[in-house]
Design a protein around this ligand. Sequence first.
Ligand SMILES: Nc1ncnc2c1ncn2[C@@H]1O[C@H](COP(=O)(O)OP(=O)(O)OP(=O)(O)O)[C@@H](O)[C@H]1O
Length: 239
Amino acid sequence: MATTTPAGAWEGLEPKLSNQILDAVSTMGFSDMTPVQSGAIPLFMKNKDVVVEAVTGSGKTLSFLIPILEKIHRRQDKLQPSEVGAIVISPTRELATQISRVLSEFEPFLPTIRHQLLIGGETSLEEDIATFREVHPDILIGTPGRLEDILSQKRGGVNVKELEVLVLDEADRLLDMGFTLSLNKIMSMLPKQRRTGLFSATMTDGLHELVRAGLRNPVRIVVKVEDLVGGGGQRTPAS
Ligand SMILES: Nc1ncnc2c1ncn2[C@@H]1O[C@H](COP(=O)(O)OP(=O)(O)OP(=O)(O)O)[C@@H](O)[C@H]1O
């Protein structure tokens, strides 16, 4: 990324990242974090909810995928076949697919952590349920409609009682596209003691409402275009 000012080496993060994750990011060719990554990853790992306002191309994807992978990797009681540890909600099939691709790059380093893409379109709900039973994913990445469908079906077999992390990616677009009800429905099905991260390019009134409904004392991280060239993001309480 040409415009991003490096924001520190991955090895310097506190709490420390696992060797498998350090090896994965190094294989991806990333020696330093971007400002959004150095801001969001430690907070998420320290069990804070985060609201991240960051422009496109700031490196948001790894800033939520890495804490998700760390939390699942570090669990003492491993997730049971029907249990999922994290859900990422994205407004479009393309974006969800892109996140799934980035997550796949970690697979050689963390082969026991599996994920499933739930976006509708090419697969029916029945097929997605069959894949869930076969793959036993730990992480679900999807669009609101199909995620809501599979979570609301008893026969879907998805157990969210151990879920630790929910991510709402491109949250401004999720609301613009009319997914508010679906998001509220999904959130109502998830454990309250989870961590939630909301990522968005802009903060609108509707988003403040969603933050109030779905997040607990979140820390806000703002990364503007000038931060990408000048370095550093700001942190302020979001509420
Ligand atoms: N630490 C890093 N160092 C260099 N490049 C990185 C780093 N992290 C991510 N990238 C690259 O930066 C690009 C943008 O990252 P990412 O897709 O996460 O950003 P984004 O903010 O989600 O953007 P978009 O809104 O376009 O999805 C990707 O090509 C990614 O591979």
